[in-house]
Ligand binder design. Structure first.
Ligand code: NAD
Length: 439
């Protein structure tokens, strides 16, 4: 008689396995489409009825996933969506892609993972492979998911069902490295778990990198994002130091980047944004605090990075001051609200902090973003102005927060009285202009 492992691998290879993706957001939807393209019948489960309805109509709500692709997969019956977790009863393979934010206190908020795991525990059965994709601290899969899944079911991991962690590394908006061709790290609770999860994922993704444990896989993601966060902190401090020294940091970075080895280019900016870089390292430092260890690099970089919006607002204040204008009552146009160029994601965007600080100082703030028509967050409720160039003509100061490619920068430079460019979006044009202040 063949084992649960062999039967499941066989079902996966024959594409007879039913795939369920729990959480159909920036991570879940691209992954679900990849599994569907690889020939699996895929059902996406999400609590958000609007997303589910959009998918059922064959519409995409993620910029990186083309609407035509979703329409085709939904029409062919390969991709379905529901809010009903009972579909887990028929599942053979489940990916969990739910959010892992921070609580107001800065501690990890695992409530979404816990809720999804409890739903899964209700319907768990032998012959199931489960992969957690949500970024989290090392130990989560073994300490949180595993007991919840085994407590009531009495199933044995690595024999009856298979549990692994595989970090999502997608960089939204990027076209060269996608979910498909970015190597996928997978680590299971047991060697059999790694084997089954890798056998499944390799049918839909280009390269699989197996590691020996869920903890190694969880830590891999945290190393990658902590590396980025610390290097961004370093280059932000470089910008502050260059400013004091009267040196152009952008020229220094360009020159350093000509070194063919041993240097990697990072650029300063108005602060960290997005769901990963500002948050993931704090999952790691929190975990280490429970072990009486202080993650010093993370703390220091975090302090520098979270200070950047205030640094930018000080730059705006000084620039206005040079034109004998107080910040109070001045009209400041914030250009770009998304946390990075060419995406529609506002999560943790430094634009929110910059807008908040400017308003605290009494500035009249408007914003423009081609991808974010409205900002509704805490006490903010702003609509993007319809025409960036026209608004720039009327503003006392324009601050470039997000260097979207859609902007006509030469025209912007022509139109604005004063620009604070936090991204070097204007490049050499900005360097030469007396109306431009750079970070
Ligand atoms: N966005 C990125 O670029 C990115 C990159 C790498 C890793 N990650 C990580 O992947 C995870 C998911 O991030 P995301 O950006 O896709 O988040 P998201 O908010 O875009 O999507 C998460 C989805 O899960 C749904 N959801 C929440 N709780 C649920 C539950 N109990 N059951 C079913 N659905 C539920 C939400 O409604 C939402 O649609 C996070 O841990 C994040 O850190 C994100």
């Amino acid at each position: 008689m063949s084992s649960a492992r062999e039967t499941l691998i066989e079902r996966l290879q024959q594409r007879q396995a039913n795939v369920v993706v729990v959480g159909m957001g920036y991570v879940g939807l691209p992954l679900a489409t990849l599994f569907a393209e690889a020939g699996f019948n895929v059902i996406g489960v999400d609590l958000n009825a609007h997303k589910v309805e959009a998918l059922c109509r064959g519409e995409s709500y993620i910029m990186d996933v083309p609407g035509e692709q979703v329409a085709r997969l939904v029409a062919s019956g390969k991709l379905k969506a529901t809010t009903d977790f009972t579909v887990l009863k028929q599942a053979d393979a489940v990916s969990i892609c739910v959010p892992t934010p921070l609580r107001k206190t800065g501690d990890p908020d695992l409530s979404f993972i816990l809720d999804a795991t409890r739903e899964l525990a209700e319907h768990i059965h032998a012959g199931l492979v489960i992969v957690l994709e949500s970024t989290t601290y090392p130990g989560t899969t073994r300490e949180i998911l595993l007991p919840t899944l085994t407590e009531q079911s009495g199933l044995t991991v690595g024999e009856d069902f298979f549990l692994a962690f595989s970090p999502e590394r997608v960089d939204p908006g990027r076209e060269d490295w996608t979910t498909y061709n970015t190597p996928k790290v997978i680590g299971g609770i047991t060697a059999a778990c790694t084997e089954v999860a890798a056998s499944w994922y390799q049918l839909a993704l280009k390269t699989i990198v197996s590691v020996s444990s869920t903890e190694s896989a969880e830590m891999t993601k945290l190393l990658e994002n902590t590396f980025r966060m610390i290097n961004i902190g370093l280059v932000n401090e470089m910008a502050i130091m260059c400013d004091r020294l009267g040196i152009d940091v952008w020229e220094v970075i360009d020159a350093a980047a000509t070194k063919p080895f041993g240097f990697m280019r990072f650029t300063p900016g108005p602060g960290l944004g997005g769901h990963c870089i500002p948050i993931d390292p704090l999952y790691l430092s929190w975990k280490l605090r429970t072990l009486n260890y202080t993650a010093r690099f993370i703390d220091l970089a975090s302090e520098i990075n979270t200070g950047m919006p205030r640094y930018v607002v000080n730059k705006i204040q000084d620039a206005l001051n040079d034109q004998t204008k107080p910040i109070k009552g001045s009209h400041v146009l914030v250009l770009g609200a998304a946390y990075k160029p060419d995406v529609d994601d506002l999560r943790e965007s430094p634009a929110l902090d910059v807008i908040g600080l400017l308003r605290q100082k009494g500035a009249e703030v408007s914003y423009h973003d081609p991808y974010i028509p409205r900002i509704q967050q805490d006490d903010l409720d702003l609509h993007s102005v319809p025409d960036a160039i026209r608004a720039a003509q009327e503003a006392d100061c324009v601050v470039i927060i997000t260097n979207h490619r859609a902007y006509d920068y030469p025209k912007l430079l022509e139109s604005a009285r004063l620009i604070v460019d936090t991204r070097n979006a204007l490049g050499q044009m900005g360097r030469k202009s007396t109306r431009v202040v750079r970070l």
